[in-house]
Design a binder for this molecule. Structure first.
Ligand code: CMC
Length: 393
């Protein structure tokens, strides 16, 4: 067999250029269109970050007002999408619900002609805004129906983040909570060629449509090695209970060679650039809700795991307990990631289409060498005899 340099998991492989974001593990930084993500999280509403990712520039006041007006027009859950969600069992994972809802939106917006599926840049920008505007209603309604609660209509007087919380909880939230939520949306919005974004680019590269690309990306994000980790972090917090149980819990988990969710990253090896900003937001929530035991458990697990393994927390580590304090159910955490990341995915889909090449890598075959059937094909009589035998057993 010829020696082929296999890059398992595409680790270290640069597959294309992008102008959307830059992850620099050496300097522990993440730039969206050149701006440090922590600056954006501290100063910008999520709507402005979405505009930046799509267009390359922060919006002017007029552009922000226009985007906000469009977002408000498309916020309400459409009756068709609600009906599609309502036929799903409440035992379905909310990521399956969100994936199905996006797929339904795509089918409702389809041209019916596969040759037009990829759409023009203008059509895709409009689709991206409409999809982004619909996702809070889908996520909020998902949590509410699992709790046996009714859908809440959006509020036109609230910005994206405040309205998202309103539609979920039916109460206006304190500005500290809205600010922490807004920051989390910005931090989750984009992260270069991660698994779900790459999935969306692979699908877009076939000249399929934006909705199919986002639907596929949601499937990739669901996995616990990717977006599903924020949900898994809360299960870990629940299992440990309190700070004094960290050592015996870690002894057992590491002894059983289990991965500790919320730690480690394919690109960052000395810490995730988004963690300090999200941890600061978590601290404001801990003070606001007066829940010091959450911070104590967070700090104890982080310091002991880093000391023992030298593996640092990723964004899912602070965002899991932050969403829990805000009142989100654990199952809703990854759908929140979808609501944020749809901005990055759609920016990448549009970038892929602007300079497309079908993504189609090679593989090294390691199966049986060429062989032949020896002319044997089962006759109908033999098949019938075999099924009678199977039925008799
Ligand atoms: N707990 C325990 N050991 C770990 C962890 C962890 N969280 N992460 C990495 N390791 C160990 C791993 O067992 C392996 O050890 P060894 O070399 O002895 O077999 C070594 O570190 C390298 O791990 P890897 O999984 O081969 O490295 P990777 O670059 O493929 O991993 C990762 C990246 C994110 C898949 C991994 O760190 C992981 O599974 N973390 C837990 C899941 C998680 O938190 N995912 C969210 C990622 S960030 C947000 C996002 O992108 O969605």
């Amino acid at each position: 067999m010829t020696e082929v340099d296999i890059k398992k998991g595409l680790a270290g492989v640069v597959v294309d250029v992008t102008a959307i974001s830059k992850v620099n593990p050496e300097t522990n930084s993440l730039l969206y269109r050149g701006y440090p993500v922590q600056e954006l999280a501290a100063t910008q509403p999520f709507e402005a970050v979405a505009h930046l990712l799509w267009t390359g520039n922060l919006p002017t006041a007029a552009e922000l007002a226009e985007l906000r007006a469009t977002e408000r027009q498309h916020r309400a859950l459409s009756p068709e999408v609600k009906a599609a969600i309502d036929i799903l069992p409440t035992t379905a994972h909310p990521m399956d619900e969100v994936r199905t809802a996006v797929s339904v939106i795509g089918a409702l917006d389809a041209t019916g002609d596969v040759m037009d599926a990829a759409g023009t840049p203008e059509e895709n920008q409009e689709r991206a805004i409409r999809l982004w505007a619909q996702l809070p209603a889908i996520v909020a309604y998902g949590q509410r129906r699992r709790r046996g609660e009714e859908l809440i209509a959006p509020r036109d007087d609230l910005d994206y983040s405040a309205n998202f919380l309103w539609m979920t909880f039916g109460e206006e939230q304190h500005e500290i909570v809205v600010d922490a939520f807004n920051r989390s949306m910005t931090l989750y919005a984009e992260h270069s060629f991660n698994a779900s974004t790459f999935t969306s680019r692979v699908i877009a590269s076939t000249l399929s449509d934006l909705y199919s690309a986002v639907t596929g990306a949601i499937g990739a994000l669901k996995g616990p090695l990717h977006g599903g980790a924020n949900e898994a972090v809360l299960h870990i917090f629940d299992a440990i209970g309190s700070a004094e149980n960290v050592t015996p819990w870690l002894d057992e988990a590491l002894g059983a060679k289990r991965k500790i969710m919320g730690f480690g990253h394919r690109v960052y090896k000395r810490g995730d650039s988004r963690v300090p900003t999200m941890k600061a937001a978590l601290d404001t929530l801990v003070t606001h809700y007066d829940r010091p035991e959450v911070a104590a458990l967070y700090d104890a697990l982080e310091s002991e795991f880093v000391a023992r393994k030298g593996i640092y927390p990723n964004l899912d580590y602070p965002s899991g307990p932050a969403y829990n304090l805000m009142g989100f159910d654990t199952l809703t955490f990854t759908p929140l990631f979808v609501a944020a990341r749809v901005t990055g995915w759609t920016a990448h889909i549009m970038e892929q289409l602007a300079s497309n090449a079908l993504i189609r890598p090679l593989s090294e075959y390691v199966g049986p060498a060429e062989r032949h059937i020896d002319g044997y094909v089962a006759t109908d009589a033999e098949l019938e005899a075999a099924s009678r035998e199977a039925e008799a057993e």
